[in-house]
Design a protein around this ligand. Sequence first.
Ligand code: A2P
Length: 348
Amino acid sequence: MGKKSAYRVAVVGATGAVGERIIDLLHHTKIPLGSLKLLASSRSAGKTVTFKGKEIKIEEATPESFEGVDIALFSAGGSVSKKLAPEAVKRGSVVIDNTSAFRMDEQVPLVVPEVNAEDIKAHQGIIANPNCSTIQMVAALKPIQDAFGISRVIVSTYQAVSGSGTSASVELEKQAKDYLAGKEMEASILPVKGDKRHYPIAFNALPQIDVFEKNGYTFEEMKMINETKKIMHMPQLKVSATCVRLPFFRSHAESVYVEVNEQGLTVADVRKILENAPGIIVQDNPSQQEYPTPLTAEGHKEVFVGRIRKDPDDERGFHLWVVSDNLLKGAAWNTVEIAEQLVANNSL
Ligand code: A2P
């Protein structure tokens, strides 16, 4: 496709937690928008959304919805993507998919623009947006890899409920109110919609995000492991993850242990590299109690890094605290950023 003066964009899952953020971000996008189509399930068809002063009617997503669409931004769950993304591609759209449906397909680039923007050019119709926890971690790891080389990563996550969709946020709110009113808490969504057991998230911590795999890791943990290697083009990188859901609404936090290849580095060396990295804000001043938190990261597009420390025993080990808004850099913003690069580089 040659460069166009205006692009027709569709958002699939327009009523969801991520879809709504994508629409917000499209208000200020660098992409010249010709038209915006908002798609969701039949439940939402007919509702309206105001965009730049105009009312747009939400339509049910069907294969025909993608006729004449240049860029389709999908965030309506894996099964919708599996069914409709190929239909969109067949009709000439480039799909940027927020689900795990195609992330590990060899033909599908998995992209964090600050890390591997050049992979966008190789797309064959679908580009995948990585898992939210993976995005913020690789954004912090890439500058360290470029400067010093890295060999091992061990991460523990502290993840917000909005990563599980709007229904999980509603569940947390209700449970918190019930608990404080002395009532029994009911759990029917978390840790995983449709799994055998449910536990309350309010005033709790759940060491399960997504379903369990045969090796004892959860699918979320395996996403972090496999996606990190793919995005960074480092199949040999040692990565392990423990993913935990906590009772706050927005932004994921992560404790990341990284082993660098170079000997003799100081905290100041690592801090300087991160301070100069694109999309990263370092907030790290222990004497003033300065560090990022989920509440302070909320609403921001950047990845925040603090608590940079050298491991007390391992000369090559460093610890970081990495926080970012899971709905923005972890999802909606990374998606829109990929779309902007597609258009800027004429890679549609
Ligand atoms: P709807 O609101 O009509 O159900 P979240 O991740 O916040 O739970 O949002 C999920 C998004 O995916 C919503 O916009 C939802 O629309 C949309 N969705 C769910 N099922 C379908 C479907 N079968 N076809 C298209 N969109 C769907």
